[in-house]
Write a protein that binds this ligand. Structure first.
Ligand code: HAS
Ligand code: HEM
Ligand code: CU
Length: 566
């Protein structure tokens, strides 16, 4: 036995719960603002232009300022804060080790300081560069600095969790890392490899350039570094939801995890194959060798495999639960899931949306289809049923048990919670049909198609129905959001009524468990245990597929001056 890291004591646990609550509530505040802008954009894609209304004009200067805020707050801020709280809390509990709480609070404050810094130029219309901030669009340096601080803070959480795990490993040689901690550590390590591209882009290129220290910046290299991070960031949003689908949802549905070994394999595959695929966002970019685009395409198909494993594995766990509750028939068992439980319902609906989101992703990744869908409304259709539903609706559902667990308050309005998740699902599915359809008709994304000057272009298209669907979906989602946030705030503002631990973490038992000791464990469990070595392999693969792409760009660096188009 090595030196044992200190176990979680009551005082630390209280502080950790408070910190987690801060992360989660900050996340949802960002989502609240971000989501209020969404229906306006849906109206735009329904042909209704609300951006000239005087009231709105005082709040946002343009469609693009609104869209930038929407993308940044929803996809970058909401996700990162939620995930940082969730994936620090879970491994600390799972390993029963005491995090350094000073460091943990310092990280939260750093992340929040980064957010507030970046928010200033966003709100003053000085960084209307969309959430991808492609140069040569040039925003205020304050935006890039704030964003860099925020991302750096997420890496501090990653370092803390990996540190906790290594401490646990030293104290428990020969033991199998418990599943929830395993999945959390693997996700953080993946994020470590993934974030390198963005960190280099922002720190080495964009910040000096926006401060006027360099005479220009290379847009192609910047985009390539961006997508190095920009694709795997979607798994940084997805895997925290998978943790719940694997480890907690079966219990919530009344059943068991199918196989812990398989869950570990899925996370290992994500660790290795999430990053070397970024060129599937750049099929249309010139000066990138075609053969590398093809290689990234095949690697993209490969990284869909752990999601397919997940589909069958969590699908089996749900079926097992429903049959244990008396479910019968090929599909009839579905009716026996506990649909009265808003937390379970949210997550199962999120999974259903992801069947379509994932299938669409494979279409996007196929070089033969990409030119049809790239830069069209199809793409927002795709990602509102991935990050906008698979992730977001899962996080909403998690909040229904997590907040009572953290605070000792009872969920206010479980029925309203249930209605809100069904409306979110229905609204997003309708949105997805409307947007995918418009995209196939050739309607571009990121376009104020409802503006008078643009309307004429789309008049000849036969898209009245998908436009109507999109507009209506925005209204449905607005109602869903009001109901959800109503439940959230009423819960948070209600008095504490019980010991928080009376809502326990819903750990599930496994049909096929990984076991406690490596010595007696299966080959799969033993091979998936050394996460640091697997991370080194991941890094090597990234270097192999990116060095030949980035090398020529460095040799041909173009100094392009910035532009402010808004
Ligand atoms: Fe994507 C663009 C390809 C997954 C998010 N994606 C985007 C963008 C975002 C995004 C935000 O190849 C836009 C970026 C921008 O602004 O330009 N995506 C993929 C592929 C996958 C994929 C191959 N995307 C995601 C996830 C996201 C996300 C996850 C967020 C969370 N995506 C692309 C491509 C583009 C792209 C191109 C660029 C397009 C362009 O042209 O610009 C795969 O990872 C998907 C694999 C998933 C599956 C589904 C598994 C299903 C499961 C659920 C099972 C359900 C059950 C329920 C069992 C194979 C796990 C049963 C229930 C009962 C009741 C019975
Ligand atoms: C973009 C609507 C919620 C993330 C868009 C667009 C629409 C829209 C119509 C396309 C705008 C364009 O291409 O011009 C909505 C509605 C929502 C909602 C009605 C619900 C009330 C969300 C959520 C997320 C999200 C929950 C993520 C967590 C994004 C992102 C973009 C986007 C990343 C892309 C921004 C860009 O192209 O720069 N949204 N959205 N949205 N949405 Fe949403
Ligand atoms: Cu991607």
């Amino acid at each position: 036995m090595g030196r044992s890291p200190a176990a979680l004591d009551a005082a630390t646990l209280t502080s950790l719960k408070k910190l987690t609550q801060y992360y989660i509530v900050t996340a949802f505040l960002a989502l609240l603002i971000g989501v209020l802008l969404g229906p306006l954009q849906a109206l735009n894609y329904g042909g209704v232009n609300v951006y000239d209304f005087p009231l709105l004009k005082n709040l946002i200067k343009s469609y693009y300022q609104g869209l930038t805020l929407h993308g940044v707050l929803n996809a970058l801020v909401f996700t990162q804060f939620f995930i940082s709280g969730w994936m620090l809390y879970l491994p600390a509990r799972d390993l029963n080790v005491r995090p350094n709480m000073r460091f943990a609070w310092f990280t939260y404050l750093t992340m929040t300081a980064g957010l507030l810094t970046a928010a200033v130029p966003l709100l003053t219309n000085d960084a209307t560069v969309l959430y991808t901030f492609y140069p040569p669009l040039e925003g205020s340096p304050v935006f890039y600095i704030g964003a860099a601080v925020m991302v750096a803070a997420s890496l501090l959480v990653a370092a803390q969790v990996v540190g906790l795990w290594l401490g646990w490993k030293r104290a428990h040689p020969g033991r199998v890392t418990p599943l929830v901690a395993y999945m959390s550590v693997a996700t953080w390590l993946m994020w470590g490899v993934a974030s390198l591209g963005l960190v280099i882009e922002v720190v080495v290129m964009l910040i000096p350039w926006s401060l006027g220290l360099t005479r220009g910046v290379d847009p192609l290299l910047a985009r390539t570094l961006f997508w190095w991070t920009g694709h795997p960031i979607v798994y940084f949003w997805l895997l925290p939801a998978y943790i719940s689908w694997y480890a907690f949802l079966p219990r919530q549905a009344g059943g068991r995890i199918a196989s812990e070994g398989l869950a570990r394999l899925a996370f290992t595959l994500f660790l290795i194959f999430s990053v070397p695929v970024g060129l599937h966002h750049q099929y249309a970019d010139p000066n990138v060798q075609h053969s590398w685009k093809v290689i990234h395409m095949f690697l993209t198909f490969l990284v869909a495999v752990p999601s397919l494993l997940t589909a069958f594995s969590v699908g089996a766990a749900l079926e097992d639960s429903a049959r244990a509750r008396g479910g019968r028939g090929l599909f009839g068992w579905v009716t026996r899931l506990p649909w009265g439980n808003a937390s379970m319902t949210a997550q199962v609906l999120a999974m259903v949306s992801f069947i379509f989101g994932g299938a669409g992703g494979i279409v996007n990744a196929s070089m033969a289809f990409s030119p049809v869908v790239h830069n069209t409304a199809w793409i927002p259709g795709h990602f509102h049923i991935t990050v906008g539903t698979a992730t977001t609706l899962t996080f909403m559902g998690l909040a229904f048990w997590l907040l009572p667990h953290l605070t000792g308050k009872r969920l206010a309005g479980p029925r309203a919670a249930l209605v809100s998740v069904w409306l979110w699902f229905a609204g997003m599915m309708l949105f997805a049909v409307g947007m995918h359809w418009q995209g196939l008709a050739g309607v571009p994304r990121r376009a104020q198609v409802s503006a008078a000057a643009q309307q004429a272009v789309y008049d000849g298209m036969n898209i009245a129905l998908p436009k109507l669907m999109t507009a209506v979906s925005g209204m449905v989602l607005f109602v869903a959001a009001i109901l959800f946030f109503g439940v959230l705030f009423r819960t948070l503002l209600s008095p504490r009524v019980e010991d928080p631990e009376s809502t326990p973490i819903p750990y599930s038992e496994a049909i096929s468990a990984a076991g406690e000791n490596l010595a007696g464990a299966s080959l799969l469990v033993r091979r998936t245990e050394p996460l640091l070595a697997l991370t080194a392999a991941a890094l090597l693969l990234v270097v192999l597929v990116y060095a030949p792409v980035i090398g020529p760009m460095l040799a041909n660096y173009q100094f392009v001056p910035g532009q402010r188009l808004w």
